[in-house]
Design a protein around this ligand. Structure first.
Ligand code: C2E
Ligand code: MG
Ligand code: MG
Ligand code: MG
Length: 287
């Protein structure tokens, strides 16, 4: 403890930090095992097109079926993966799972684009675009079967690198979404010269939009901005019918949130999709 606190350039460790470090190291070790033993799985959350009620795509969200701790959510292990050098492997594992699922859905005649999240650290992966393109080709999937959700941070940390990666992917037909739009850097310049298909309004604006005029103004003006750039706007964090109605009035294109469906396993999502299409289109509306 005393030895640690004398290390140059590091803060003084408290015993609490020590146990925290131990927990992180343990999680990192277990995550390595998890990757080798396929303990990661995906849940899928539908994105609902507001004007028609159809489901153009689903977002894949990683979960970890931990042998003793049960089902873990990204908040419990993504940071550890990111800082522990495992993000590359995790991203590849998630892409494999998502694209394998896309093949199954395609064989069932379902036309849903599967969206995968990329951490901003994936930007450092020189092979990323090539690997994605190879994974698609290996499965005979068109690029349009896949959407990648990147953050503003991803786009701005190294703009030229991001641009090269995205242009390569776009050329292969892969779609690109900007996730958590409005929470990152304030520059909007990237919207000018990056190949983006979709803006996802962050849930921190969407959830309070009925009670908070400023949140509401940000949602409305982001929709307007996106539309004037020819982008599709997705609202995430839609938790109530009232928010959904207001988004439809604001001309938002797509909604995603607990009110429509939580992220669920693939088989459950298939039942959810089938139950929706069983309802006559006119009755289906958006709820
Ligand atoms: P995100 O990409 O912005 O995903 C949305 C998060 O909000 C998900 O949490 C989702 O379950 C949750 N959510 C969806 N609808 C609602 C709602 O109506 N209300 C509220 N309060 N929350 C809602 P989750 O699955 O815990 O994922 C958290 C974050 O972890 C994601 O945020 C994404 O940044 C990251 N993540 C998830 N899967 C992956 C992955 O495979 N790779 C990477 N790099 N990051 C991932
Ligand atoms: Mg996302
Ligand atoms: Mg998001
Ligand atoms: Mg978010």
């Amino acid at each position: 403890y005393a030895a640690k606190s004398s290390r140059v350039g590091q803060h003084v460790y408290s015993p609490g930090d020590d146990s925290n470090d131990k927990a992180r190291l343990r999680t990192l070790h277990e995550l390595r095992v998890a990757l080798a033993e396929n303990q990661l799985l995906l849940h899928y959350q539908p994105k609902v097109h507001l004007p028609t009620g159809t489901v153009p795509g689903v977002e894949a969200l990683v979960r970890w079926n931990h042998p003793t701790r049960g089902l873990l959510y990204p908040a419990a292990f993504l940071d550890v993966a990111d800082n522990g050098g495992l993000m590359r492997a995790l991203t590849r594992a998630v892409l494999e799972l998502a694209l394998d699922q896309a093949v199954l859905w395609q064989a069932q005649g379902r036309t849903v684009t599967v969206a995968v999240n990329l951490s901003s650290r994936s930007l450092a992966d020189y092979q990323l675009a090539g690997i994605v393109i190879t994974m698609l080709a290996d499965r005979g999937l068109p690029g349009s079967a896949l959407m990648l959700e990147v953050t503003e941070e991803f786009l701005l940390v190294d703009h030229d690198r991001a641009r090269n990666i995205l242009l390569r992917l776009r050329k292969a037909g892969v779609m690109i979404a900007v996730d958590d739009f409005g929470t990152g850097y304030s520059s909007l310049a990237y919207l000018r010269d990056l190949p983006i298909d979709e803006l996802k309004l962050d849930q921190s604006f969407v959830i309070p939009m009925l009670d908070d005029e400023r949140a509401s103004a940000l949602v409305a003006s982001s929709i307007h901005l996106g539309h004037s750039l020819g982008l599709r706007i997705v609202a995430e964090g839609v938790e109530t019918a009232e928010v959904l109605d207001q988004l439809a009035r604001f001309d938002c294109d797509v909604a995603q949130g607990y009110h429509l469906s939580r992220p669920i396993p693939a088989a459950e999502l298939e039942r959810w999709l089938d139950a929706r299409t069983a309802v006559p289109a006119g009755m289906r509306a958006i709820r």
